[in-house]
Design a protein around this ligand. Structure first.
Ligand SMILES: [Zn+2]
Length: 160
Protein backbone atom coordinates (compact mmCIF):
# COMPACT_ATOMS: atom_id res chain seq x y z
CA UNK A 1 0.00 0.00 0.00
CA UNK A 2 1.06 3.53 -0.74
CA UNK A 3 -0.19 6.52 1.20
CA UNK A 4 -0.42 10.17 0.30
CA UNK A 5 0.94 11.93 3.38
CA UNK A 6 0.68 15.60 4.25
CA UNK A 7 2.64 17.75 6.64
CA UNK A 8 1.26 21.29 6.92
CA UNK A 9 1.19 24.22 9.29
CA UNK A 10 -2.47 24.92 10.09
CA UNK A 11 -3.36 28.10 11.99
CA UNK A 12 -6.92 28.46 13.30
CA UNK A 13 -8.26 25.56 11.23
CA UNK A 14 -8.30 21.78 11.54
CA UNK A 15 -9.87 18.70 9.93
CA UNK A 16 -8.54 19.57 6.48
CA UNK A 17 -9.88 17.07 3.98
CA UNK A 18 -10.56 16.85 0.24
CA UNK A 19 -14.21 17.29 -0.73
CA UNK A 20 -14.72 13.74 -1.95
CA UNK A 21 -18.32 12.52 -2.14
CA UNK A 22 -20.24 10.51 -4.73
CA UNK A 23 -21.90 13.76 -5.84
CA UNK A 24 -18.61 15.64 -5.94
CA UNK A 25 -15.76 13.17 -6.37
CA UNK A 26 -12.24 14.33 -5.78
CA UNK A 27 -9.61 13.63 -8.43
CA UNK A 28 -6.22 12.82 -6.94
CA UNK A 29 -3.58 13.90 -9.47
CA UNK A 30 -0.29 12.06 -9.62
CA UNK A 31 2.80 11.42 -11.67
CA UNK A 32 3.11 7.70 -12.21
CA UNK A 33 6.03 5.30 -12.46
CA UNK A 34 5.88 1.81 -13.96
CA UNK A 35 7.42 -0.68 -11.54
CA UNK A 36 8.28 -3.11 -14.37
CA UNK A 37 10.46 -0.85 -16.53
CA UNK A 38 10.92 2.00 -13.98
CA UNK A 39 9.80 4.60 -16.52
CA UNK A 40 8.35 7.75 -14.94
CA UNK A 41 5.66 9.17 -17.20
CA UNK A 42 5.48 12.90 -17.86
CA UNK A 43 1.71 13.42 -17.79
CA UNK A 44 -0.44 13.81 -14.70
CA UNK A 45 -3.02 11.09 -14.12
CA UNK A 46 -6.26 11.41 -12.14
CA UNK A 47 -7.60 8.80 -9.75
CA UNK A 48 -11.10 8.90 -8.28
CA UNK A 49 -12.45 6.44 -5.74
CA UNK A 50 -15.84 6.61 -7.46
CA UNK A 51 -14.55 5.46 -10.84
CA UNK A 52 -14.23 1.82 -11.69
CA UNK A 53 -12.45 0.43 -14.70
CA UNK A 54 -12.20 -3.13 -15.89
CA UNK A 55 -8.86 -4.86 -15.57
CA UNK A 56 -7.88 -6.67 -18.82
CA UNK A 57 -7.93 -10.45 -18.67
CA UNK A 58 -9.63 -10.59 -15.29
CA UNK A 59 -13.04 -10.08 -13.81
CA UNK A 60 -11.65 -7.48 -11.48
CA UNK A 61 -12.08 -3.75 -11.42
CA UNK A 62 -9.89 -0.95 -10.17
CA UNK A 63 -10.33 2.78 -9.67
CA UNK A 64 -7.42 3.38 -12.01
CA UNK A 65 -6.21 1.16 -14.84
CA UNK A 66 -3.14 2.31 -16.71
CA UNK A 67 -0.96 0.89 -19.49
CA UNK A 68 2.71 1.79 -19.57
CA UNK A 69 3.62 3.29 -22.96
CA UNK A 70 7.14 1.87 -22.74
CA UNK A 71 6.69 -1.78 -21.72
CA UNK A 72 2.92 -2.04 -22.45
CA UNK A 73 2.21 -3.70 -19.11
CA UNK A 74 -1.09 -2.88 -17.49
CA UNK A 75 -1.19 -1.79 -13.87
CA UNK A 76 -3.85 -0.67 -11.43
CA UNK A 77 -4.51 1.42 -8.36
CA UNK A 78 -7.47 1.24 -6.02
CA UNK A 79 -8.44 3.47 -3.10
CA UNK A 80 -9.58 1.29 -0.21
CA UNK A 81 -10.96 3.83 2.24
CA UNK A 82 -12.32 7.37 2.29
CA UNK A 83 -9.78 10.15 2.88
CA UNK A 84 -8.81 11.00 6.46
CA UNK A 85 -8.91 14.56 7.74
CA UNK A 86 -5.64 16.27 8.57
CA UNK A 87 -5.84 17.66 12.08
CA UNK A 88 -3.98 20.69 13.34
CA UNK A 89 -1.02 20.13 15.65
CA UNK A 90 1.94 22.15 16.81
CA UNK A 91 4.53 21.30 15.60
CA UNK A 92 2.88 19.96 12.42
CA UNK A 93 2.88 16.18 12.06
CA UNK A 94 2.90 14.02 9.00
CA UNK A 95 -0.41 12.23 8.51
CA UNK A 96 -1.78 9.96 5.82
CA UNK A 97 -4.66 11.45 3.85
CA UNK A 98 -5.49 8.50 1.63
CA UNK A 99 -4.10 5.06 0.86
CA UNK A 100 -3.79 3.21 -2.42
CA UNK A 101 -3.44 -0.43 -3.29
CA UNK A 102 -1.10 -0.21 -6.30
CA UNK A 103 -0.25 -3.14 -8.58
CA UNK A 104 2.53 -2.58 -11.08
CA UNK A 105 2.76 1.17 -10.63
CA UNK A 106 3.79 3.72 -8.08
CA UNK A 107 2.74 7.30 -7.67
CA UNK A 108 5.73 9.60 -7.41
CA UNK A 109 4.36 13.13 -7.10
CA UNK A 110 1.03 14.65 -6.04
CA UNK A 111 -0.63 17.86 -7.22
CA UNK A 112 -3.38 19.14 -4.88
CA UNK A 113 -5.96 20.24 -7.48
CA UNK A 114 -9.58 20.33 -6.46
CA UNK A 115 -11.59 21.54 -3.49
CA UNK A 116 -10.66 21.03 0.15
CA UNK A 117 -12.69 21.77 3.25
CA UNK A 118 -11.75 22.49 6.88
CA UNK A 119 -13.22 23.58 10.21
CA UNK A 120 -12.40 26.42 12.55
CA UNK A 121 -10.11 25.21 15.32
CA UNK A 122 -11.91 27.04 18.15
CA UNK A 123 -15.10 27.96 16.27
CA UNK A 124 -17.75 26.05 14.36
CA UNK A 125 -16.90 27.85 11.13
CA UNK A 126 -16.88 25.63 8.07
CA UNK A 127 -14.44 26.56 5.34
CA UNK A 128 -15.24 25.31 1.86
CA UNK A 129 -13.66 25.83 -1.53
CA UNK A 130 -10.13 25.76 -0.13
CA UNK A 131 -7.62 25.82 -2.98
CA UNK A 132 -4.21 24.41 -2.08
CA UNK A 133 -2.63 24.68 -5.52
CA UNK A 134 -0.60 27.76 -4.64
CA UNK A 135 0.98 25.94 -1.72
CA UNK A 136 -0.68 28.13 0.91
CA UNK A 137 -4.12 29.42 1.82
CA UNK A 138 -5.34 32.37 3.87
CA UNK A 139 -8.81 33.35 5.10
CA UNK A 140 -10.56 35.04 8.02
CA UNK A 141 -12.73 33.30 10.63
CA UNK A 142 -15.56 35.75 11.41
CA UNK A 143 -16.73 33.80 14.47
CA UNK A 144 -13.25 33.53 15.97
CA UNK A 145 -12.32 37.05 14.81
CA UNK A 146 -8.95 35.87 13.62
CA UNK A 147 -6.98 35.08 10.52
CA UNK A 148 -6.60 31.46 9.52
CA UNK A 149 -4.06 29.87 7.23
CA UNK A 150 -2.53 26.72 5.82
CA UNK A 151 1.19 27.00 5.08
CA UNK A 152 4.38 25.00 4.58
CA UNK A 153 2.64 22.12 2.90
CA UNK A 154 4.70 19.05 2.16
CA UNK A 155 3.20 16.20 0.16
CA UNK A 156 4.84 12.80 0.25
CA UNK A 157 4.04 9.40 -1.13
CA UNK A 158 5.12 6.81 1.40
CA UNK A 159 4.76 3.07 2.07
CA UNK A 160 1.78 2.50 4.33
ZN1 LIG B 1 6.71 0.01 -18.07
Amino acid sequence: MLALALTADLTGVTELIPLDTSEEPFFYNFKVQCTSCREVHPNWVSVSRYESNEVSGSKGEANFVWRCKSCKRESTATIKNPPRAYSQSSPPQRRNIIEFDCRGLEFTQFKPDGEWIAKGLESSTKFTGIDLQEGEWFDYDEKAGDEVSIKDMKWEIIRA
